[in-house]
Design a protein around this ligand. Sequence first.
Ligand code: ADP
Ligand code: ADP
Length: 226
Amino acid sequence: EAALRLSGIEKGYLRGTPGEVIVLRGADLEVAPGEAVALVAPSGAGKSTLLHIAGLLDTPDAGEVVIGGEAMQSRSDRRRTIARRREVGFIYQFHHLLPEFTALENIVLPQLANGVAPKAAGERARALLARVGLAARADHRPAALSGGEQQRVAFCRALANAPRLLLADEPTGNLDPDTSERVFAVLMELVRETGLAALIATHNLDLAARMDRTVRLDHGRVVEAA
Ligand code: ADP
Ligand code: ADP
């Protein structure tokens, strides 16, 4: 069973106006549990659009999004929001941690929103921080952490609710090469050890080469890179 299956996804903006742009034209993609797939394409090709559709933040004009075997297009908005919170974690180039909360609290909050009890949420947050080497930083606010540390906290937050699927948009794009390397290594360990499925948009071909597969967006379709 694929963690994520996109089939026949079509998506355009400003349909029926002179500014119309058709971004996806029948995109198909599967990501298996424990698999990391790199998504490589030039700016404007539709990577963010594809990630937002895969993560149930946006709906396609046509096609089906299946997450963990559940076909999402026919579900209610409420059901899709619940599924997004439970099944999908997002990481962006800029971490968007909440500045007034500690690292630990940033990882606890999404769990509370998902109905986890505070004690269990705190324990899981500590375990995640330890997993990425930040046990000693639990009580620091983001401003007191380095860029690489902040991004590792953002990973922990994305994984707080043990999602099936991790979607990342240039997760190391804002980091220097050494820090990027360390953050990427942690990400791949998590994929290998937890069976997480990851779809990671990147311009970094070295990182892409270390994932299981690379796909490109070509005229609105997903193609396997050679
Ligand atoms: P990428 O992430 O690969 O840079 P995007 O998915 O952000 O690409 O955008 C793909 C195309 O869709 C671009 O031409 C962009 O200008 C256009 N686009 C994206 N979002 C919108 C929107 N909300 N309204 C109109 N056009 C959009
Ligand atoms: P909401 O505020 O819609 O209830 P959640 O708090 O459930 O969203 O957010 C779940 C994840 O989705 C978070 O990681 C958040 O970063 C991401 N997210 C929510 N809305 C957007 C958006 N409009 N664009 C990008 N990411 C979003």
